[in-house]
Design a protein around this ligand. Structure first.
Ligand code: 4F9
Length: 262
């Protein structure tokens, strides 16, 4: 997969992309991330890439010629029909469903503009889609672009090894994770749950699904609704999950309305 990022801070992107899963995916040739800096296409001696907004007000707006040329050059790196995606608080909300959609593509362009944004004519003419990673304002789109890249690249075949089977993946999609434990078995008077200490794999699987469904119910009940138009991975409870949730809630009641697990 090829990803090209249009950014005034290629160094910020490249630094973050060297590490961990993303660094390894690139080293192994599974993903290639390149950056295009609009400053390369600034015509004047001062390398200007923004200007004061028409109509007045604070801040600066990305000026069309260098941004449009940088977007065109980025598309040249990834393919003539690659979608051009602008990271923007005005965009549709990015979620795991969209990460899967992007992971199935041969490549895409991410445009990270500064906080005040991009001249609307560039958006109208050179952007195919706007994505938001959440309802907050960032000082620029770079960190949002990194969030999208991380969520997508980890889904590419071969990137994560075999940590999760696709069967397990479809069972737990749209559900929060279950709790994890490692040694020591007792830590500051807190024990690892008994079922995890034994070797009954069916019981362990059942316990984990129960915790996942219970946590989702308590913390993110919205995920237990079918997603409006297939974007997110939320879905209604299955029969098995409903039974597990009833058990989870009964056990929680017994424990005294649980500080456990919140
Ligand atoms: C981008 C915020 C994506 C949320 C870009 C300022 C942004 C953003 N999601 N804020 N520039």
């Amino acid at each position: 997969m090829r990803i090209a990022v249009v950014t005034l801070f290629p160094g910020l992107m490249q630094g973050a992309l060297e590490h961990g899963v993303l660094g390894r995916a690139q080293a192994r040739g599974l993903a290639a991330v390149g950056c295009v800096d609009p400053r390369q296409y600034a015509g004047d001696a001062h390398r200007t890439v923004d200007d004061r907004p028409y109509g007045g007000g604070p801040g600066m707006v990305g000026t069309p010629p260098p941004w449009a040329q940088a977007i065109d050059a980025a598309r040249g790196q990834v393919g003539p029909d690659a979608p051009r995606i602008h990271l923007s608080a005005q965009g549709e909300r990015f979620d795991e469903g969209m990460a899967r959609e992007l992971a199935a593509m041969p490549g895409f362009v991410l445009v990270a503009s500064r906080y005040e944004g991009l001249d609307q004519r560039v958006i109208d003419d050179r952007i195919d889609r706007e994505l938001s990673i959440g309802d907050y304002v960032l000082s620029g789109g770079e960190f949002a672009a990194l969030v999208v890249i991380d969520a997508v690249v980890r889904l590419l075949p071969g990137v994560l090894g075999d940590e999760r089977s696709s069967e397990q993946e479809s069972y737990t999609a749209g559900r929060l994770d279950w709790p994890h434990y490692t040694r020591p078995v007792d830590w500051e008077g807190r024990a690892v749950p008994k079922v995890l200490q034994g070797g009954d794999h069916a019981a362990i699987r059942r316990w984990r699904l129960k915790q996942a469904v219970g946590r989702t119910y308590l913390r993110r009940p919205d995920l237990l609704q079918d997603a409006p138009q297939g974007a997110g991975l939320g879905r209604a409870l299955s029969e098995e999950e409903r039974a597990l949730l009833n058990e989870f809630l009964a056990e929680r009641e017994e424990e005294g309305n649980g500080q456990r697990n919140r």
